[in-house]
Write a protein that binds this ligand. Structure first.
Ligand code: 13P
Length: 255
């Protein structure tokens, strides 16, 4: 299996942006740009409160709706958290776990990332697991070790069948929201490292079928070159996913 047979996934991560009424308008605008573009899957991961409006606006289009996080317990005394079953009932199909902003600001650890991933998969969600090094780690030459460790720990206990619903997003932390983008060669190299870690855990066939995204200041100008790389199967896009034209151009680049 080669790149051409893997699912290309262009996913937006809106982070803490857009109210429900704004979400409705933005999903509709992106759905219009995505219409008929069958060369990739288009996903918008939105704030929890935007989910009903986003699902409604995406109905009948080729845009799928995701959440930006999920808790690992089914229910209980976890003030402020949202379960996988709640997301599923709202029409959510994808969920991001382990985003570096969650790791950096909200105490997310490799262990909780793994628990959240397993909870999402058990509920039937497609899970986008984020991994990536910080600048000091890249400068110390330990990117490969960090990303391999995060990947292995995130996938602990996930079955080969469940892996079919996993996407891994390589997001170098130094490239997120900074305007600094990994070069296509850097993105390709680390996405390739992730794929070889998965090959070691699950075998070559599973690894070759895995969608590995790049994220970090991907935009309409740099997307085509990043997405042309053999190990880069899509993008996880922050800022540019809030702009229908820029995001539309990234979808075009993935065709
Ligand atoms: P930016 O595209 O804004 O750099 O954000 C990337 C990201 O964090 C996606 O999850």
């Amino acid at each position: 299996m080669n790149k051409a047979t893997r699912a290309a996934v262009i996913a937006g991560n809106w982070k803490m942006n857009k109210t429900p009424s704004e979400a409705s308008v933005l999903v509709s605008a992106i759905a219009e740009r995505a219409a008929g573009k069958d060369g990739c899957r288009v996903v918008l991961c939105v704030p929890y409160v935007d989910i009903p409006a986003a699902v409604e606006a995406a109905r009948g289009t080729n845009v799928k709706i995701g959440a930006e996080n999920v808790h690992f317990k089914e229910s209980g005394a976890y003030t402020g958290e949202i379960s996988a079953a709640m997301l599923v009932e709202c029409g959510v199909e994808y969920v991001i776990v382990g985003h570096s902003e969650r790791r950096q600001y909200f105490g997310e650890t490799n262990e909780t990332v793994n628990l959240r991933a397993k909870a999402g998969l058990a509920a039937g969600l497609k899970v986008i697991i984020c991994v990536g090094e910080v600048l000091e780690e890249r400068q110390s030459g330990i990117t490969s070790e960090i990303v391999s460790m995060q990947t292995k720990l995130a996938l602990a206990g996930i079955t080969p069948e469940e892996l079919e619903n996993v996407i891994i997003a390589y997001e170098p932390v130094w490239a997120i929201g900074t305007g600094l983008t990994a070069t296509p060669e850097q993105a390709d190299e680390v996405c390739g490292i992730i794929r070889s870690v998965v090959a070691g855990l699950y075998g070559e066939d599973k690894a070759m079928a895995l969608t590995v995204q790049y994220g970090g200041s991907m935009n309409d100008k740099n997307a085509a070159e990043l997405l042309s790389k053999v190990n880069v199967d899509g993008g996880l896009i922050g800022g540019a996913s809030l702009k229908p034209d820029a995001f539309g151009s990234i979808i075009d680049a993935a065709q």
